[in-house]
Design a protein around this ligand. Structure first.
Ligand SMILES: CC(C)(COP(=O)(O)OP(=O)(O)OC[C@H]1O[C@@H](n2cnc3c(N)ncnc32)[C@H](O)[C@@H]1OP(=O)(O)O)[C@@H](O)C(=O)NCCC(=O)NCCS
Length: 159
């Protein structure tokens, strides 16, 4: 695997770091601000637009499926998955892999911290200043400055 070339991105700010074994599909749909870091093994599928604000970093093995809008100063611990896409399942007699895929944009506002092993499903917005505890599955919008945890993620308390 060749290392992604940030010159192929739609936009790339200054001082970004792309570690070994990072894989970026459709880099022409990826925009990143300054000082963004993709650590070892991050996988980005930008079939739809992905925008990432400055000073945001992704720990090893995070997986990003667009469409996504991620703010500034966010931290994503290892093995977080942004599942903005899925398989249609309305027809029982057609294999799900043959049904139309779904895509609903995920929006992460500024200054959000995700603990390790979180998954966020399509169509969800996470408000600024929030924390998502380790191993959580986020299925609904999160109010700003919330601390959430569990599957599905529930409010633990406000910051
Ligand atoms: C979410 C988190 C920040 C909360 O920290 P905290 O405010 O100190 O919370 P507490 O330990 O006081 O726990 C408060 C309650 O939330 C629960 N809770 C804490 N983390 C939780 C999680 N990830 N999922 C579900 N519930 C959680 C606790 O069990 C406790 O419940 P109780 O009141 O019924 O006993 C922390 O637990 C966490 O998940 N940190 C992520 C660490 C990480 O992944 N680091 C990777 C490198 S950045």
């Amino acid at each position: 695997m060749s290392k992604p070339n940030s010159a192929e991105f739609a936009q790339c700010g200054d001082s970004c770091i792309i570690a070994e074994m990072v894989n970026i599909i459709n880099p022409q749909n990826l925009s990143v601000g300054d000082n963004v870091e993709f650590k070892y093994g991050v996988h980005v599928e930008a079939g739809s637009t992905i925008k990432i604000g400055s000073n945001t970093h992704f720990a090893p093995f995070c997986v990003l499926y667009g469409p996504l809008s991620i703010g500034e100063n966010c931290a994503f611990a290892a093995h977080c998955t942004f599942a903005a896409v899925g398989h249609g399942f309305a027809e029982r007699d057609t294999p799900m892999v043959q049904q139309a895929t779904t895509a609903e944009k995920i929006i992460i506002e500024d200054n959000v911290w995700f603990g390790a092993n979180c998954t966020i499903v399509g169509g969800v917005r996470v408000g600024t200043g929030s924390i998502i505890g380790a191993n959580s599955v986020v299925t609904k919008d999160v109010e700003p400055y919330s601390i959430m945890g569990g599957t599905p993620a529930k409010l633990i308390r406000k910051r």
